[in-house]
Every structure is written in C-alpha cells, then in structure tokens.
Write a protein that binds this ligand. Structure first.
Ligand SMILES: Cc1cc2nc3c(=O)[nH]c(=O)nc-3n(C[C@H](O)[C@H](O)[C@H](O)COP(=O)(O)O)c2cc1C
Length: 251
C-alpha cells in the first residue's frame, strides 16, 4: 500500500464510480479507523448515517441538487453533529446536559467534520474514491426528514464513496505561502493577492469558466454564479432554523 505522504499528495476528488459494491467489512474497517479521530473530551458527539439502499439514495438525490454521485456511488455517508446520544446517556445517569446551545453545535460539528475527513483518508488509502457534498448544509431541514434525525442531530456534510471509474487531473492549489502566516497574521496587499491568484486565474480551465459564464473575472464566477449572496442568505436562514428546531439555540 502507498505510504501516507503519497496518499495525501496524490489525492483528488472522485465523482465517477464503478458499479462494484464496497464490501461491508471494508466499510466497517474504514469507519472504525475514522472513529480513532480526536474528539472533544472523548465524547464522540457525532453519528454517521450510511445510505446504500437505491430508493433512499433517490430520495436524497434532489436534496443534493441531483448531483449524480448520490445515486451512482455505492455508498453515501451523511456525517451528523450529534448530541442526542450523549444527552440521553447524561439523563439516564442523573446528569443534566447543558448542550442545547450554539457552542455545543460547533463542538459536535467540528467532531463530525474531523471524523469525516479521517474516514475519507482511510477510504482513499484503501483505493476508494470520495466526494464531499456541500449541499448538506443547504438542505439540512429536508435531510433531517428523510434520514429521520431526532432533536440534537444536525447533518453537517455528506461523502459519496466508491471504487473510482476515473482518474481526473489534480486541480490547482494556491501556493503554500498564500495560506501560512508566521507567528501573527500578515494581511495581504493588493499585489500579493494578484500574485497568489495569478496561476489560478491564468489556467485555461479558469479562463474557460469566465468565458462560458460571460463574466469579467474568475472571482465573478464565484460571487455571481457559484456561491451567490442571495443563495447564501437564503440557506443561512434555513440552517439557523434547523439549529433552533434541533435544539441548539437555547441561550
Ligand atoms: C465541504 C466540501 C463540500 C464540497 N461539496 C462538493 C459538492 O457539492 N459537489 C462536488 O462535486 N464537489 C464538492 N466538493 C469537492 C471540492 O469541489 C473539491 O475538493 C475541490 O474542488 C478540490 O478538488 P480536489 O479535492 O480534487 O483536490 C466539496 C468539498 C468540500 C471540502
């Protein structure tokens, strides 16, 4: 098996999968490794809902804006911030949980996301391909219904998993110096922004994006097409209501 540095350096998101199933034992091993991830106070305030059933995947698909990975991947994993199980344990043991607030949501969301990322690395180390779905936080209200998530549980991300049917080119990253700061934050000058984003802006695929969306810059593709303010505001309102309904805003 490749060593961890090779796995991390060579990884890329996989959005096309073969029809070969993921063996249950392999999936369990991967999830077991995932659960070794650091977790706040060793509370493990997360849950993973595994979806393999075709009908359930079809129900989830529109909530992920019909991204084809949801129905084509053999396994869909929904990672949830989950204080429900821990709260129940506390109450059974005559301990009063104080986890109905935003900080506790963040705690459990951080736990769930760290778990998700370790599961992804473990899966990639076994030769599987993964794709995160950011749509989970847009439609958390409906995912809660479909997956029957009780109060105290909020889906925070979804990962599709399967054997790769493609080896796409690796996509670009900003140079390391763009994202690191020594000792204190060294804020960016206009010139440093221009230089850090130059390679990304000059790429033929970026220029193609700009052209096909009739925009003037790559940044406009993000602000006006892919991640628009109106959408962000709309989905923020839904997510805040989800946090309230699931019992994380009692303060
Ligand atoms: C939180 C999160 C949400 C994402 N959501 C989606 C998504 O909804 N659809 C998709 O195709 N890729 C999604 N991705 C994958 C990113 O597009 C991908 O990681 C990024 O373009 C870099 O590509 P790479 O992973 O191949 O290096 C998501 C990644 C993250 C971390």
């Amino acid at each position: 098996m490749a060593d961890i540095s090779d796995i991390l350096s060579n990884r890329r998101t996989i959005r096309k999968y073969t029809s070969e199933p993921v063996d249950d034992k392999l999936l369990n091993d991967i999830l077991e490794m995932g659960c070794r991830t650091s977790t706040t106070g060793n509370m493990q305030v997360y849950s993973i809902v595994i979806t393999k059933d075709e009908e359930k995947k079809r129900e989830l698909a529109p909530l992920h804006f019909n991204q084809k990975m949801v129905t084509e991947a053999p396994v869909v994993l929904t990672f949830c911030a989950d204080f429900n199980r821990f709260n129940k344990w506390c109450r059974l043991r005559k301990a009063e949980p104080g986890y109905d607030n935003f900080l506790s949501f963040m705690t459990s969301a951080i736990d769930a996301l760290l778990l998700a990322q370790t599961v992804c690395i473990a899966a990639e180390a076994k030769g599987l391909g993964i794709c995160y779905l950011g749509t989970t936080t847009y439609t958390a209200d409906k995912i809660i219904e479909i997956l029957k998530l009780p109060k105290g549980v909020v889906p925070v991300t979804t990962v599709t998993l399967g054997w790769p049917a493609e080896i796409p080119e690796q996509v670009d990253r900003l140079p390391l110096e763009a994202v690191i700061h020594y000792e204190v934050y060294n804020d960016y000058s206009d010139d440093s922004i221009a230089s850090f984003y130059k390679e990304k802006e000059d790429r033929p695929d970026s220029q193609q994006f700009v052209k096909e969306n009739s925009k003037q810059s790559l940044a406009q593709v993000f602000t006006d097409v892919r991640y628009k303010k109106a959408d962000n505001v709309h989905f923020s309102k839904i997510l805040l209501k989800v946090l309230k309904d699931q019992g994380f805003m009692e303060f």
